[in-house]
Structure formats: structure tokens, C-alpha cells
Design a protein around this ligand. Structure first.
Ligand SMILES: Cc1cc2nc3c(=O)[nH]c(=O)nc-3n(C[C@H](O)[C@H](O)[C@H](O)COP(=O)(O)O)c2cc1C
Length: 486
């Protein structure tokens, strides 16, 4: 099998299908050709596959459906990097994100005739029929969840700001589905909804399934308010993503998507209950009362569409991979915009469910800098990073072994561990008792060398016992000469 490194040059995929072709060429896509049960079996296969870092899966026969179901295209760092045309290293991926924030590219509006997502226009909507082989992913889910890794498009009616987020959609009836919008910290779609409500008009919503993969990366990645995800997706792609006017509104929808659903979110009516759903923490979430929902009025799709979704639940899985990479970049960007100096790298750790535990490496240059970093991470407006560990620049925040080494050798708990009551979290955080859900204690660990503390005693913190960089460089150069494999 060719390695991702060898293929990392291919970039600028215009569509999910182009990306699938590459995955298949690299043996990173597995077709399941035998019939599988939509509810239960699909989810169990995904769980096993994610636990073994398996390939992306294309289920060709889900129950009685003709439409195939695709899961896991971005589940590993290797495939995430491939989607970006990068080497499969966190450094390469992070630098691509930084470049996208620095150089966003506006989308290109194409004509209806150039938009594959309009090849077929359905006469009537049936969310239980084709092309929607939507599983009940986890055993105790309330129902089938249609939107798990997709792109929900709305627009601010005042400023024109377009938001493309990822908010799941439990199917309620053949034309109505939920839209689970986390209330705290507030999601951007909610800000748009408030504006439509103030105008007394239902909010137009479009939902793209299987858009250009760049949109899957941005829709889950805490892009700042007032910044269009389309522009950052263009920055990741290196050229504009393609959009086309929706059928029923002025929304611009991803032209290359497999399927587009259009409808409205009422401003004065709510669905009585939504959920529970098998959440990204690895526990069942609760039931939401008076949930947002969407009335679907139109469905368009490509010829022979592919339905795309993902299984959530505990890490490791695709949901975690996409959030880890995008949120680490988002926190870095947040710290950069705040003007903090010395930030070297950020990792929203995978086992920390891509947000509960964030490790930041810094070049330390002034006393109090570590607390500045912690405060700004806790202050991210849409994330809920309750545990923050700060390390020196010699520690790779993506390496949990080194992070624990730093924590063991540089930390005195009473001096370096800060706890603060009453910070923000999400109501899904099961570590909190039910009556206090939504708030959390915050913990910061200063795992940097205690240089100021040593200085106060007239001492310097000991040097590490490693060889010099020059010695390591020389040894690496001569590695083969010693008879080792490179
Ligand atoms: C697979 C997956 C599913 C998600 N589902 C939801 C969801 O149902 N509701 C929600 O509020 N956030 C969900 N998120 C997180 C948001 O998509 C993410 O925080 C995003 O940045 C929100 O967009 P916004 O910042 O523009 O509001 C999900 C993330 C992933 C990776």
C-alpha cells in the first residue's frame, strides 16, 4: 500500500467523490458489499473499526436502501492530512490551518447547471425514504440522526455573515427533523436565529450532506464569529469552494454536495423533546426539551448520491479527529488574535474529547505568562476547555508521554495547579452533578520549568540531560552507517 506521505501532493479536491477516488487508490476505503442492518449493526461496525484505526467504510447495502452510506473518511490523522494535501504530521496540518486563517478565499458562485447537487430535484420530501439510509447509530439513541458530519448553512439577515456549522438532526417525521444547538457556550446558528426572530420571519436553513471535504473540516472547528466558514474552507483548499443559490431562499449552498436539504427553522415553535443521543464524551446525552427543529421543504441531490455521516460515542473516532485538529487550530488563532506572545503550539487532546483538556506550549519570557495563557483558553467564546496544561517549547503538546513527563518533573501541585470554581462547560459533561450541569471547575497546570522560582533562590533550573542538537543531528546523519534501518 502506498503511504500517505507519497501521495500527500494531491490537493484541491473539488468534491467528496474526488477524495474517495484517492482513498480507494490508497486502500484507505473499504466497501462493505453484504447487506447490513441500518440500526445497531452499522454503529457496531463503526465502533470496532474506529477502535482499530480502520479504513473509511462505504456500506453499499444498508437495509432496503439503494443509496450507499459513507463513514470515516476523516477518522485518522493520515486521512485528514490527505484531504489537505499534506504530510500526515500535526505540524503540517497546523501550519495549513494558520495559512487558511491568514489567507481566506471567498467562495465562487456557480450557475445552477454547473452544480452537481441539483442534478436531481425530488418532487416530495421523505426523510425515511431515499436517499436517506440514516442509522440509529447507538443502541439507546432516540431515533435516526441524519446530520452527524455535514454542513448546516444559515445567514445573518443584517450583516450577510454566512455560518456553516455542524448541528445534528434527529428525524422526527418524514419532513421534520431536529437541530440540536448547544445553548451554552452559544453556537453561531443561534445568533442568526435570534436575528430572524427579531424580524418575525422563520429562518431559512440549508443542509449539505457530503460537501467538499474542506467544509466538513471547517463546520466543526469553532471558526470565529463574523468569519464565513466558506472563506476558511477556501483557504484550506487553496482555491474557492463552489457554491450555488438555493432553490427556496437566497442562501448559497455547497454546489458539489451529494445531497442538499432546504427548509426553515420556525421562530415561534419548538419540538417537545429531542434526544438522547450517544455523545462524543462516550456517554448517552440527555433529552432536550423545546428543541429547535427544521421543516424540510425541498431535497436536491447528485445522480446516484452517497449519503455521508459518522458514528460518535467515545474517542477514538472521526468526530474526535476532526474536532482535535480544527479546534487546536482555532484555539491557536484565538490566542494569536488576543495578542499573546510566545505561543508555540496547541493540542486539544484526543482523549480529552477534543476540548476538555488543552495543552499549550510556549516560549516563556515573563512571570505571569502561564496564567495569561490559561485565562485566554478558558475565555474562548465557544469552547469549554476546563483543563489547561501549559508546557515549555521543548515539550511537544501532541505527545502525551512528554506532557506527563513535564507534569511529573516540573510541577509542584500547591504552587503550579490552579483551580477555579464556576467556569463554563457544557451540560453534557457527566463529571458534573445534574443540578450544576453547564458549569465546571477549571484546572490549570503550569508544567513549565520553574525558572523564576529558582531565580528567587539565586539558582538556575537544571539543564536536561539530553545530547546536544548538534550531536543528535550527526547521529541521525550516520544512522545507516551504524547498521540500523533508517
Ligand atoms: C461529528 C460532530 C457532531 C457535532 N454535533 C453537534 C451538535 O449536534 N450540536 C452542536 O451544537 N454542536 C455539534 N458539534 C460541534 C459543532 O459543530 C462545532 O462546535 C462548531 O464549531 C459549531 O459551529 P459554530 O461555532 O459556527 O456555531 C459537532 C461536532 C462534530 C465533530
Amino acid at each position: 500500500m502506498a503511504t500517505a506521505t507519497a501521495t500527500a501532493r494531491k490537493t484541491n479536491f473539488n468534491s467528496l467523490r474526488e477524495f474517495l477516488t484517492l482513498l480507494e487508490e490508497r486502500n484507505l476505503l473499504h466497501r462493505i458489499t453484504v447487506p447490513v442492518e441500518k440500526d445497531g449493526e452499522v454503529g457496531a461496525i463503526c465502533r470496532e473499526n474506529f477502535d482499530h484505526e480502520g479504513p473509511a467504510l462505504l456500506f453499499e447495502k444498508v437495509g432496503q436502501y439503494r443509496t450507499p452510506l459513507l463513514v470515516g473518511i476523516l477518522a485518522t490523522r493520515e486521512r485528514y492530512a490527505l484531504a489537505l494535501g499534506m504530510e500526515p504530521t500535526t505540524q503540517a496540518i497546523s501550519s495549513k490551518w494558520r495559512q487558511a486563517y491568514a489567507h481566506p478565499i471567498k467562495p465562487r458562485v456557480v450557475a445552477r447547471s454547473e452544480a452537481p447537487c441539483k442534478e436531481v430535484v425530488l418532487d416530495r420530501v421523505d426523510l425515511y425514504g431515499e436517499p436517506f439510509p440514516v442509522p440509529k447509530w447507538h443502541e439507546f439513541d432516540a431515533g435516526p440522526e441524519l446530520g452527524t458530519l455535514h454542513a448546516v448553512v444559515t445567514q445573518d439577515p443584517e450583516t450577510g455573515w454566512i455560518n456553516v456549522g455542524n448541528y445534528r438532526n434527529q428525524i422526527f417525521t418524514s419532513t421534520e427533523m431536529g437541530c440540536y444547538v448547544l445553548a451554552n457556550p452559544p453556537r453561531h446558528i443561534r445568533a442568526h436565529w435570534e436575528k430572524w426572530k427579531a424580524r418575525g420571519k422563520a429562518m431559512p436553513v440549508a443542509i449539505a450532506i457530503g460537501p467538499e471535504p474542506y467544509l466538513n473540516l471547517t463546520s466543526v472547528s469553532a471558526i470565529p464569529a463574523q468569519v464565513d466558514e466558506y472563506d476558511i474552507a477556501g483557504g484550506l483548499k487553496g482555491k474557492p469552494v463552489e457554491v450555488v443559490k438555493a432553490e427556496l431562499s437566497d442562501l448559497l449552498v455547497p454546489a458539489q454536495a451529494e445531497i442538499v436539504l432546504e427548509g426553515e427553522m420556525p421562530i415561534d415553535k419548538f419540538w417537545p423533546t429531542e434526544g438522547p443521543f450517544g455523545e462524543f464524551l462516550g456517554f448517552m446525552g440527555g433529552t432536550v426539551k423545546d428543541s429547535f427543529y427544521v421543516e424540510i421543504k425541498k431535497v436536491t441531490h447528485r445522480r446516484n448520491p452517497i449519503f455521508h455521516g459518522t458514528y460518535e460515542g467515545r474517542p477514538p473516532n472521526e468526530s474526535t479527529t476532526v474536532r482535535v485538529m480544527g479546534r487546536s487550530a482555532a484555539i491557536f488563532e484565538h490566542l494569536r488574535r488576543a495578542g499573546l506572545i510566545g505561543i508555540k503550539d496547541v493540542c486539544a487532546t484526543p482523549a480529552g474529547c477534543a476540548g476538555f483538556h488543552v495543552v499549550v506550549s510556549i516560549k516563556k519570557s515573563y512571570p505571569g505568562q502561564v496564567r495569561d495563557v490559561m485565562g485566554h483558553v478558558w475565555g474562548h467564546p465557544t469552547l469549554y476547555c476546563k483543563h489547561v496544561t501549559v508546557v515549555d517549547e521543548d515539550i511537544d503538546p501532541w505527545n502525551p508521554f512528554l506532557v506527563e513527563w513535564a507534569t511529573s518533573t516540573r510541577v509542584q501541585a500547591c504552587r503550579d495547579v490552579v483551580t477555579i470554581p464556576g467556569g463554563k462547560s457544557i451540560w453534557l459533561d457527566v463529571s458534573q452533578v445534574p443540578s450544576r450541569r453547564g458549569e465546571s471547575d477549571l484546572m490549570g497546570i503550569d508544567a513549565t520549568n520553574p525558572v523564576w522560582e529558582y531565580a528567587r533562590e539565586g539558582e538556575t533550573f537544571p539543564q536536561t540531560a539530553d545530547p546536544t542538537p548538534e550531536q543528535i543531528e550527526k547521529v541521525r546523519r550516520r544512522w545507516k552507517e551504524y547498521g540500523f534501518r533508517p
